[in-house]
Design a protein around this ligand. Structure first.
Ligand code: NDP
Length: 400
């Protein structure tokens, strides 16, 4: 029986995780459920899954959470604030932590789970993008294991001969990450100037939170995944390639020196990757329909349009620069995506903001969390100045 802490329980990954968990009451129990501000949704989940501890990251919501739990006759401990989140990830009797908070807000709890030697099921890709070396060191120190929930990385993991594979010794030539291409695949830059958050969030294949949906539309999601793959599989940038695959059936591939290419296929449903990581090395039923290859009929692949969707190359640029560059990239992207979702920045302003932040930043080595958080804050302030400044606003109003 595994005991889980689900951080980001009220989100899309949280819901998919709890769906798989509910199918296997003999294997999993919920020790911790955590959210940011969705008090009612969290209280409903507590009623259903009866955790030992419920954590609300926004301290201002603690009283309301207690009231909502009492109204449902749920008797569990309550924690509030970022420190409670860290404690939930590391100090409880949970052996497995599902890191499904969106953005940099998930960093400290993810690091804490790694340091505490938990089985870490990582969805929170921003944590590894902004702090890859620190997260790997924390894992080493804790002696736990990391299993990727991101469908592409989970697919790569499944196509490798084992955990912590040395790619060269295993004869791996390249890792091929697939991308759906997002809702704007095939559109020219001129048509992207006026796109709305609603259109950007209407992903053709996956139902996800708003931030990752926008990342998917800009191709930054794939850029973040290239960096994630670099850290997870110890693969240099030149051995990680991106292929657009609109059907989203092949979740990623590994090419070997003998010419073999192994792929993992399945319906686009996050429960497959989640079930794989929850039960690894065993397999469990995930509630996902069998893949009907006759219905799929064809699998298309094309090169990404790097000129229109510039975020992909910006991510490669940051990865090659090393040091704090991926922290800067992530911070600038989070600020730009939040501004786009708020109507303060045009879609094309996202790439421009990130590019200018990367140009203006020094790629300093990151030796500790304090230096990393400092680089993150500096980049966010820089991005906020760019977003509020005249150039990006002009782009917004002068495009046809
Ligand atoms: P959602 O927006 O659906 O959910 C985000 C979750 O994080 C919610 O539970 C939210 O709580 C919580 N949260 C947000 N801010 C904070 C904070 N400051 N402190 C604590 N908790 C917080 O996101 P997704 O589930 O789509 O994505 C989660 C992560 O998984 C992201 O890093 C994403 O890139 C990654 N991922 C997602 C995939 C998907 O299919 N959705 C696929 C692969 C990776 P509240 O509800 O209270 O706001």
């Amino acid at each position: 029986m595994r005991t889980l802490a689900v951080l980001g329980a009220t989100g899309s990954i949280g819901a998919n995780t709890l769906d798989v968990v509910a199918r296997h009451p003999d294997r999993f129990r919920i020790g911790v459920l955590a959210a940011h501000r969705s008090v009612e949704a969290l209280a409903d989940l507590c009623l259903r899954f009866r955790p030992d501890l419920a954590v609300i990251a926004d301290e201002a919501c603690e009283k309301e959470l207690r009231a909502q739990l009492a109204a449902r006759n749920v008797d569990c401990r309550v924690g509030a604030g970022p420190a409670a989140l860290v404690e939930a990830a590391s100090g409880t009797d949970c052996d497995t932590v599902v890191a499904a908070i969106v953005g940099a807000a998930g960093l400290e709890s993810t690091l804490a789970a790694a340091r505490a030697g938990k089985r870490l099921l990582l969805a929170n890709k921003e944590a590894i993008v902004m702090a890859g070396p620190l997260l790997l060191a924390a894992l080493e120190q804790g002696g736990g294991e990391l299993l990727p929930l991101d469908s592409e990385h989970n697919a790569v993991f499944q196509c490798l001969p084992g955990a912590r594979t040395d790619l060269t010794r295993a004869g791996v030539r390249r890792i091929l990450l697939t991308a759906s291409g997002g809702p704007f695949r095939g559109m020219p830059a001129s048509a992207l100037a006026e796109v709305t958050p609603e259109r950007a969030c209407a992903h053709p294949k996956w139902r996800m939170g708003r931030k990752i949906s926008v990342d998917s539309a800009t191709l930054m999601n794939k850029g973040l995944e290239v960096i994630e793959a670099h850290y997870l599989f110890d693969a240099p940038a030149e051995r990680i390639e991106v292929l657009v695959h609109p059907q989203s059936v092949v979740h990623s591939l590994v090419e070997y020196v003998d010419g073999s290419v192994l792929a993992q296929l399945g319906n686009p449903d996050m429960r497959t990757a989640i079930a794989h990581a929850l039960a690894w090395p065993e397999r469990i039923e995930a509630g996902v329909a069998a893949l009907d290859l006759l219905a799929v009929a064809r699998l298309d692949f094309e090169a990404p349009d790097r000129a229109t969707f510039r975020c992909l190359d910006l991510a490669y640029q940051a990865l090659r620069a090393g040091g704090s560059a991926t922290t800067v990239l992530n911070a600038a992207n989070e600020e730009a995506v939040a501004a786009f979702l708020d109507g303060r920045l045009p879609f094309l302003g996202i790439a421009e903001t990130i590019e200018r932040c990367l140009e203006g930043a020094e790629s300093a080595p990151l030796n500790d969390l304090a230096a990393l958080l400092d680089a993150d804050l500096t980049a966010r302030r820089h991005a906020q100045r760019i977003i509020a400044g005249p150039t990006v606003r002009k782009m917004h109003t002068s495009t046809p």
